[in-house]
Write a protein that binds this ligand. Structure first.
Ligand SMILES: NC(=O)c1ccc[n+]([C@@H]2O[C@H](COP(=O)([O-])OP(=O)(O)OC[C@H]3O[C@@H](n4cnc5c(N)ncnc54)[C@H](OP(=O)(O)O)[C@@H]3O)[C@@H](O)[C@H]2O)c1
Length: 229
């Protein structure tokens, strides 16, 4: 039986002029503590968290869910306490010292290619599940299908960054988008947006429907779902 692909929600903080990064590409600290807390509840509602190598490096992410209440609530639903942590990288230059490779937390799953240097492979092998595709770039559709068949992942929250979202959008793999729109503008002609550093148009526009808008702690939380194709 062929399993369906997991459903992907892109979850981002964004400025009123649609930027996702500060000038110095520092972690997304421009939304409120309330929003950070809401992010944890979104994480808890998914089977896996997905991020690109750039985001994990820039934001020094552990991708963990440490909130005891949320962990207990997941366990009561028969789920593991934390969602699976998935990182994609074509070149595979990942640092074994990153927080995501520290002890504790769910399995870290690395989707990369045989371009990963041998030394990195040896260092990472005991710290995570390494899936190296024999291709110049990670074939996203088979990789996502593997997450479903091998790990039972049905719902993924993609927490960045723009380059990864762009490649998911090119393949029309995004089911929903949740944005926290912060009342701030950054400017910056080359500042990354939801689909990365401004460049070419997508092969075709993707239509979404507005499912809800909520004002929470002075920020607008916008939930979009992909329109039927
Ligand atoms: N506001 C927010 O909510 C938010 C969320 C996330 C990130 N950010 C910000 O965004 C910035 C990072 O952006 P970014 O565009 O560099 O992030 P990114 O998409 O996380 O990282 C780009 C890297 O990820 C890997 N990658 C991306 N798409 C891939 C694919 N389809 N297959 C395989 N590997 C893929 C590649 O790694 P290799 O080079 O290793 O091949 C690529 O160079 C940071 O400043 C971060 O703070 C903001």
């Amino acid at each position: 039986m062929t399993h369906a692909l997991p459903k992907i929600t892109a979850h981002f903080a964004i400025t009123a002029d649609a930027k996702i990064s500060t000038k110095n590409r520092t972690p997304s600290l421009f939304t409120s503590p309330t929003d950070k807390s809401r992010l944890r509840t979104v994480r808890a509602a998914h089977d896996a968290i997905l991020a690109g190598r750039g985001t994990v490096a820039a934001d020094t992410m552990s991708m963990r869910l440490t909130d005891e209440t949320l962990r207990r609530e997941r366990l009561s639903r028969g789920l593991p306490p934390e969602p699976l942590r998935v990182v994609v990288s074509n070149a595979g230059r990942l640092d074994p010292a990153w927080k995501i490779f520290q002890p504790g937390g769910s399995t870290a799953v690395i989707l990369s290619t045989t371009r990963m240097p041998q030394r990195t492979r040896s260092a990472l092998a005991p710290l995570c599940d390494l899936h190296l595709f024999d291709a110049p770039s990670v074939p996203l559709v088979p990789a996502l299908r593997m997450l479903r068949t091998d790990y039972g992942v049905k719902r993924i929250v993609c927490e960045g960054g723009g380059e990864l979202v762009r490649s998911l959008a090119e393949l029309d793999l995004i089911s929903s988008i949740q944005l926290t729109i912060a009342p701030i503008i950054f400017g910056g002609a080359a500042a990354p947006t939801l689909t990365g550093i401004p460049g070419d148009f997508l092969p075709r526009p993707l239509d979404f429907k507005i499912k809800s808008t909520t004002i929470i702690d002075g920020e607008c939380v916008l939930h979009l779902t992909r329109s039927p194709r």
